[in-house]
Design a protein around this ligand. Sequence first.
Ligand SMILES: [Zn+2]
Length: 441
Amino acid sequence: MRKTLPPIVLLLSMFLLSVGARLTAQPASSAPATQPAATQSQTAQDSYQLNGDTLRNAIAITRIHHTVALVDIAWGILTLWLFLSLGFATRLERFCQSRFHLRFFQGALYYTLLILILTVLELPITLYNFHVDSRFGISVQTWPSWFRDQGISLALALTVGALLMLLFNWIVRKSPRRYWLWGWLIAGPLMVFTIVVSPYLAGLYDKIEPLDQHHAELATKLEALVARTGTNIPRSRMYIALLGAKSNGINAYVAGMGSTKRMVIWDTTATRLPDDEILFIMGHESGHYVLHHLPKMIMLDFFIVLIGFWLTAKLGEWIHSRNASKWKLGEYSSRSGFTVLLLALSIVGQFIAPTMNVVSRHFEHEADVYGQEAIHSLVTNPQQTAVRAFNALGAAWLEDPNPNPFFEFWFDSHPSVADRTKFAAHYDPWANGGHGRFFAK
Ligand SMILES: [Zn+2]
């Protein structure tokens, strides 16, 4: 899932949208990526290596992404703070009350305009990110196509975001003391719902066609992987996402639940990577399913969200009690009062996300182990296959071989490509007559 929704909507729905999105092959970095995969030498390799321009670009773009991420966080908090302290929230609320008699429409207008205003204020950063990705060749998208995607994101943010805010605001009004608890309880079903519908959302952005039509041989190989892993995804639910005109990145994922469960491979991946490496990537993705990472992650994230909502409530109430008269705000359950809660969430959210990342990195590593074991009987050299796949993935997304540990800990949902490659190069449970963690043979 693209990170193009306005930050506040992102925060509010972070726990909903991020779960499904994080189980993709795309490594750590939040921005999409780049450069044709480095040409791979046929000699054995045991680490993640970039050379020349690719290395210089990876270091440069990583530095830019980190700086922009920090600016983005500060800017997101600052804009909401100014919106409240300069009296815009109160004025906007009065304006909405003067337009409509019914409370529902007043609220719908307020949150729609709020999201629009925040999106416009965020626009310079969004534009800059796209500019950087284009400059480094990660994105090859044209401006009209990019604006179209932004339009889809905005439409989603306006409908889903405004409805979520209306719902949560209503809960605050109905239960001024325990709203954080009720809000948390409905977050669970919302998370599951998001995962079920997420495959359809991807279809809004990109054309998705049956893999069979484009790479029949690969589909046959994937059937062998499905048989070995027991994921029960028929050939008819293997798809190719046509992104070649937009991105140079490499990606693939398993999405959805139950009857919406499917494998999706970006066309860039299918055309550029050898089938063995794609099998490894899909083995990793299958691992997330077989090992029930999605439900486990939902459960863990669910508890992190409980603590997050409680802290948000406490912080929000504190900010409101200190500033309500100064900022001429309505009571806590009013729309301008609820905007204080959004400000608090945008602050607390900065700590929720890294906590979720710790959980995510654990599962990503487990999926790496699973993926490598899954291809054991299917490819000639699982270790080298995994090492080459990681090198291709890292080069495509311009991953820094020596990432800053703080940023890695704080922002990355996956272990660094360097760490994943190092592990893959030395993981061979079958050596000396042993057997895998997940597969006997
Ligand atoms: Zn993964």
